[in-house]
Ligand binder design. Structure first.
Ligand code: ASP
Length: 302
């Protein structure tokens, strides 16, 4: 059986936040850890401070996702990886655990904050919009067209195309996710991604499906890793439903990750329950995550 690891951080008073910046193979060097750690800590602290000042869970998730989407280190928004045809297509989902409402966009182009589109869709009758529909929505909302391609991601794509090695490789730092529990105990989650990189046009990521992003009033989970593996495990919904049916967050993570490891999956997840317990798990070598609660800020970077 493949290796897996799960950790649970016991509940403290007040709000909690856990964020991730992807999961995958070992980070290339210690130098690459420092900026990632600084970024994750800064964003986890900002979201926590907002929650401590009374910001509701959903707004805090949107704010955290936007900060991560703006950070070129991560494969979401600015700095997202390019697909097989050299285009960036962004997917994001938001789930409000309090209202039990999922919304998302799939393969949106020329937008800066896909999570903002998912946020708008929370209150609409059509709540998951793909492709040209997402671009049309951005136009309707008067969001200026935006090019999220960074020189570094373009160079990576050119190198891979040259080598003839254009295949699905989850980037070093990946997809982003934010899970929070606000001062009133409400849970919310958001996930945003540029996908795996090098994928076939039209491929749909797990991030904008309940497999990758799910919450109710009992628990909330955001996943990262190979989307097809996450979909096969239906990981986020699987963990949340296990908690709803009476398992503790620790048991739900442990059982779900053991099963995923038995099936050789490449994935990771972060989560929270209604009591404020924080959890993360991975079958990959690393998950880039940081969490903030009354006891301070910690991370999974070692
Ligand atoms: N889950 C994302 C996808 O397959 C990739 C990632 O998490 O890095 O689209």
């Amino acid at each position: 059986m493949a290796m897996y690891q799960v950790a649970v951080i016991p509940a403290t008073d007040g709000p909690q936040v856990i964020i991730h910046g992807g999961a995958g193979a070992t980070l290339k060097s210690q130098q690459s850890v420092t900026p990632i750690r600084e970024s994750l800590h800064r964003i986890a602290r900002t979201v926590y401070d907002q929650l401590a000042q009374g910001q509701p869970a959903l707004a805090a998730v949107v704010q955290g996702c936007q900060m991560l989407e703006d950070d070129p280190l991560f494969n979401a928004g600015t700095g997202a990886v390019l697909q097989s045809d050299g285009q960036v297509r962004l997917s994001a989902a938001l789930m409000d655990g309090h209202t039990h409402t999922f919304s998302g966009v799939i393969n949106a182009q020329r937008v800066r904050y896909p999570i903002q589109l998912a946020h708008f869709l929370q209150t609409q009758s059509d709540r998951v919009i793909a492709d040209v529909g997402a671009s049309e929505l951005a136009r309707e909302l008067h969001l200026p067209p935006y090019n999220p391609v960074t020189p570094q991601r373009l160079q990576e794509w050119v190198n891979r195309t040259k080598d003839g090695a254009l295949m699905n490789l989850v980037a070093d730092t990946g997809t982003i996710g934010v899970v929070v529990r606000d001062g009133q105990g409400r849970l919310a989650v958001g996930t945003s991604t540029g996908g795996k990189g090098g994928e076939r046009i039209g491929r749909v990521s797990d991030s904008a499906m309940p497999a990758g992003t799910y919450a109710n009033d009992q628990a909330a989970v955001s996943c990262t890793g190979i989307g097809e593996d996450i979909i096969d495990e239906c990981l986020a919904a699987r963990i949340v439903i296990r908690v709803t049916d009476g398992l503790t967050l620790a048991e739900a993570f442990e059982r779900s990750f053991r099963e995923a490891a038995q099936r050789g999956r490449d994935l990771g997840a972060i989560g929270l329950d209604r009591h404020g317990n924080i959890a993360w798990g991975k079958t990959t070598e690393v998950i880039l995550a940081a969490y903030a609660h009354a006891a301070g800020i910690q991370d999974t970077l070692g």
